[in-house]
Design a protein around this ligand. Structure first.
Ligand code: NDP
Length: 609
């Protein structure tokens, strides 16, 4: 950028719009027409700033807050504010800042020139209270205002030909905030760079201990329970086999071979190299999205093996040993991931998994995208061994059903479960690029939660319906089959369409196919869809997924609760996931997100939830 004061890659101090506060930012570019610099804050927020809103880092000297206090006690007093006001600000702007250092100029411009260095202070922002709509009061408020907002936005939409709702452009925020600042002495600051996790999910530090023990125990429970002749809750707990029954070196060998085989398929230079979403550093990682190739090749290899006489019912008879071996691998992988995360640069850490507590960070995942050269460990584990393994296990269980019940072909129920879940996985792999815009890939660190989830939980609990059917047959009439198929197709349609809509929008917001959709711009430069599928509920993809989950459990009938476990678990998972995502989006998008929530009132099920 010749002739321009700041160059691409420069680390400078950028003013946060609407305040006198400066944060460290990286210059990403300069637009000669608008004379604006594009900069990125440490939390990934990208903004366009004028040259006068940028200072070189060397012009700043950090000073302790106490000094500034002593200089202007009156000013400090004037900052005192009602709790309500503090909460509002901290939730919408300064969210997630347990100890973020903000650097501010705090003086009128006349003194600014001469005492710039003196007047810079380092401020510790208080722990933000997330504007979580689980809060009853806010929920009520949200619902009340939502009705009005809906009415308003409907009227506005009718009279508004342009695509963007356009109430949240940056200039507006800036001007508004400046006015507010004059009125209110706005020294509570936005904190774009949380250095530690703001709010801890999953019950925090204590919760992490609980989940570390509970998740493996639950897998053990379902694996043992489903083997009972009568797996009803009356027979809880199932008898636990002796310790040596868990260990089988051959089973471990098969699991290692399977993972290596999938790893080889993953690194083959076949298929597209897709770009992930921009990271906080502005970088975009590349991912080999050849999942469909991997599953087709795996199917061919498995078919050839069966043809050669390999007995896949081994998977049924050694389910416990295979799951124990996979558990061992997931633990070793998690330890490796945690240790290597200690050496990762701060901008490579996941904001949500950086609490400073070893157990919590180990569980939640400390490093965002751990890679060995170009081999992305999280992406690989999310999409390959467990997901394709799920289909392999289901297939093996269909063979086991035929063997155990002396059938010439699998039962209708088994076929439905196999086909439905295969469709789910194949669709996921066909649209593999879409995972790059999901929470797991964008926000969650890679630790025990995902490693165990991907490698153990998915293949060994999602196959529970098929496992159940091996020794608990459930005859289905043809009309029942037709009704279940229809339900599955409805769920699949909603799931696929909504996921694709969001994925296309995130990848190419100006795609003509989406030009009819309305959006809300946000201060980060990204917009939010507010019509189409994402205008029906805030998570239409979850709705589709839940309908499909229902279709997976129905073939098992109503004799036992156990095969309904997936449905029950999935409701809990998605409700919790939705609330995590809401907090994350509120942190990122502030008032624009609140506006979206007021416009789209329901989270997952229209008019219900
Ligand atoms: P989503 O795919 O719903 O992604 C959430 C992100 O989408 C948000 O963080 C936000 O990210 C973006 N977003 C939210 N609202 C809007 C909007 N209105 N306009 C544009 N972008 C928006 O979340 P998940 O990762 O949870 O789910 C992905 C899929 O995986 C779902 O279909 C889910 O059902 C499925 N799933 C299945 C599981 C299973 O075990 N079978 C487990 C978990 C998920 P940003 O703005 O930063 O782009």
């Amino acid at each position: 950028m010749p002739g321009v004061k700041y160059q691409k890659g420069d680390i400078v101090m950028g003013r946060w719009p609407g305040s006198n506060l400066y944060y460290e930012v990286k210059v990403l570019g300069f637009d000669a027409t608008s004379q604006l610099y594009t900069v990125i804050y440490k939390d990934g927020t990208e903004l366009e700033l004028k040259e006068q809103d940028i200072r070189s880092s060397s012009g700043f000297q950090l000073r302790a807050r106490s000094r500034s206090r002593s200089q202007s006690p009156g000013r400090r007093r004037s900052r005192s504010r009602s709790p309500a006001r503090t909460t509002r600000r901290s939730s919408s702007r300064a969210a997630a800042a347990a100890a973020a250092a903000a650097i501010t100029e705090s003086a009128p411009s006349s003194r600014k020139e001469t005492k710039l260095k003196d007047m810079v202070e380092v401020r510790l922002v208080p722990l933000a209270i997330e504007n979580n709509s689980n809060n009853k009061h806010e929920k009520k408020e949200e619902n009340n205002t939502a009705t009005k907002a809906n009415e308003k936005s409907e009227t506005k939409r009718d009279s508004e030909p342009e695509r963007n709702v356009g109430r949240y452009n940056l200039r507006r925020r800036k001007d508004e905030a400046r006015l507010e600042e004059k009125k209110e002495d706005a020294n509570v600051v936005p904190a774009p760079t949380p250095m530690v996790s703001s709010t801890l999910d999953f019950g925090g530090k204590i919760g992490a201990y609980f989940w570390l023990l509970f998740l493996p125990s639950w897998v053990l429970f379902v694996v043992l329970q489903v083997n009972l002749k009568d797996p009803s809750l009356a027979n809880f707990p199932p008898p636990v086999p002796p310790l040596e029954a868990f260990w089988d070196a051959q089973a471990l060998g098969f699991v290692v071979l399977w993972i290596l085989f999938q790893a080889i398929l993953y690194i083959l230079p076949v298929g597209k190299l897709s770009e992930g979403m921009p990271l906080r550093s502005g970088e975009r990682l590349k991912y080999r999205t050849n999942g469909f190739f991997a599953i087709v090749t795996s199917a061919a290899v498995v078919a050839a093996a069966v043809n050669q006489g390999v007995d896949l019912t081994y998977i049924h008879s050694h389910f416990l040993q295979l799951s124990a071996a996979t558990f061992l691998i997931s633990v070793l992988l998690s330890v490796y991931l945690y240790v290597r995360s200690l050496y990762a640069a701060p901008d490579q850490l996941a904001l949500g998994g950086s609490s400073g507590n070893v157990v919590y960070d180990f569980f939640k995942g400390h490093e965002l995208n751990p890679r060995i050269k170009n081999f992305d460990l999280k992406f690989f584990c999310e999409m390959r061994p467990g997901l394709i393994g799920w289909c392999l296990i289901n297939f093996a269980l269909a063979l086991a059903e035929m063997k155990q019940q002396g059938l010439a072909s699998p039962s209708y129920a088994m076929i439905l479960v196999n086909v439905f879940q295969l469709l789910y996985v194949v669709d996921g792999l066909w649209n593999e690029e879409a995972i790059l815009t999901t929470m797991d890939l964008m926000h969650d660190g890679f630790g025990f939660m995902l490693a165990f989830g991907d490698l153990v939980w998915v293949p060994f609990t999602y196959t529970l319906q098929a496992y159940y059917l091996v020794s608990h047959p459930n005859a289905l009439s043809l009309p029942a089959v037709a009704a279940i198929v229809l339900l599955k197709l409805v769920g699949f349609y909603i799931f696929r369409k909504s996921n694709s809509e969001k994925n296309t929008f995130r990848r190419s917001p100006s795609d003509p196919k989406l030009s009819h959709l309305k959006t809300i711009p946000t201060a980060t430069g990204k917009s939010l869809l507010v019509s189409g599928w994402w205008g029906v509920v805030r998570h239409p993809n979850y709705l589709g997924d839940l309908i499909m989950a229902l279709a997976w459990s129905l073939p098992c009938g109503f004799s036992h609760l156990l095969p309904w476990y997936y449905m029950i678990y999935f409701i809990i998972l998605l409700v919790h996931r939705d609330s995590r995502d809401m907090s994350e989006c509120r942190r990122k998008y502030g008032s624009a997100w609140d506006e979206y929530c007021r416009t789209v009132r329901y989270r997952i099920i229209p008019r219900v939830y």
